[in-house]
Design a protein. Structure first.
Lengths: 216, 216
């Protein structure tokens, strides 16, 4: 019975996600779902991307948090449209929350939409939002064993951004073993090692984003 | 309706947690629920504690993970009894899982029991396990804004261990602002800044643990 209820929720979510996707497509928006542990650098990646792509493409941001609007305020200072979702305790965004946020987003003024999920490596993996690409940010200080411990998240990701590579000299972290572990779970995934703090590797990530947009 | 179901689940969990607590008390075991983001250092804190207290007190460990038994294997090498719980997708431990684990733990040989929760700053805060103390590990690389973004977790904690303080020179992190933010949410909380990598501050933490045990 419990499993049935969960399945119903996930089925309903999938239907709303499919509608969100159609809506985004009709507006010509590429939507990217950013997922990670708390503090891995979702907001920092958004800020680094805005810095590089400002004036080139129109970016919008949906910020998902359990509470507070800190990230929305930070991103809003960059002059891009931002909609905050407070989940009120829920540990992940769902398609219905994103549908409500889309109603409040000036979509004709957006070409690339970042949806910053709640900081959590588990439940966000199970809830499609209508996004075109799923991006997992995994930061060096979290350790190189994360693919084994949160395999579903690594399995569903289109891209893994390895953030905070500037800290490599100060940590025990085997970059090759980490990449091998990711590829063992998900052969097709793209991996971008970057540092939002120093800017290293950000260009490769934004080039990939631009390439995704040009294919549409 | 949805809220009612959740309330029922939480009520049932509370009852099982109360039974776990009685069971632990009758065996003279102090149980500590360790919670954090993925990779903040729950297992490292357990290992650092075992290193300092081995031969002084008898330690047991329950390891909670979505999947894998990596941490249980690591901890088991220290020669302490370990029981692994794989939640199979659930993003937190609950009292029933812990009850099953307790049945498999040689409690007469345990004085201090660590329960390592699933790496998640949200849902574990809502599920009592029967523990005597709730310890939140928050690591420097996660950022000093975490109390504002995950307030419930900071509110329910008896102790906040600030881990990875050896990385302070390489990060933007305001330790005073962080402590103030925690105290703003939770006046009674004890805060231990430590580094499991260098051992700095671990002694203060283990002294606190021993003090808790002597009071029983």
């Amino acid at each position: 019975m419990e499993i049935k209820v969960l399945k119903d929720i996930l089925d309903a979510n999938k239907q709303i996600a499919a509608r969100n996707r159609q809506w985004l497509d009709s507006e010509g928006v590429l939507a990217v779902n950013l997922m990670s542990s708390p503090g891995a650098g979702k907001t920092s990646l958004i800020l680094a991307t805005i810095k590089q792509l400002k004036g080139k493409i129109k970016i919008g941001v949906i910020e998902g948090d359990v509470s507070s609007s800190l990230d929305a305020e930070t991103v809003g200072k960059e002059g891009v449209p931002v909609v905050q979702i407070n989940t009120g305790g829920e540990c992940h965004l769902d398609a219905n929350m994103v549908s409500n946020a889309l109603s409040n987003m000036p979509l004709p003024d957006v070409e690339l939409l970042f949806i910053e999920n709640v900081g959590n490596l588990i439940c966000p993996a199970s809830f499609a939002l209508g996004e075109h690409k799923k991006v997992l940010i995994s930061s060096l200080p979290e350790g190189d064993d994360k693919p084994f411990k949160y395999p579903l998240m690594f399995d569903i990701a289109d891209v893994v951004v390895i953030n905070k590579i500037d800290l490599l000299p100060y940590l025990k972290f085997d970059t090759d073993a980490f990449s091998r572990a990711i590829k063992g779970i998900n052969k097709k995934v793209k991996i971008f090692p970057i540092s939002c703090a120093t800017g290293q590797g950000v260009q490769e990530w934004t080039s990939w984003l631009l390439n995704q947009m040009s294919r549409r």
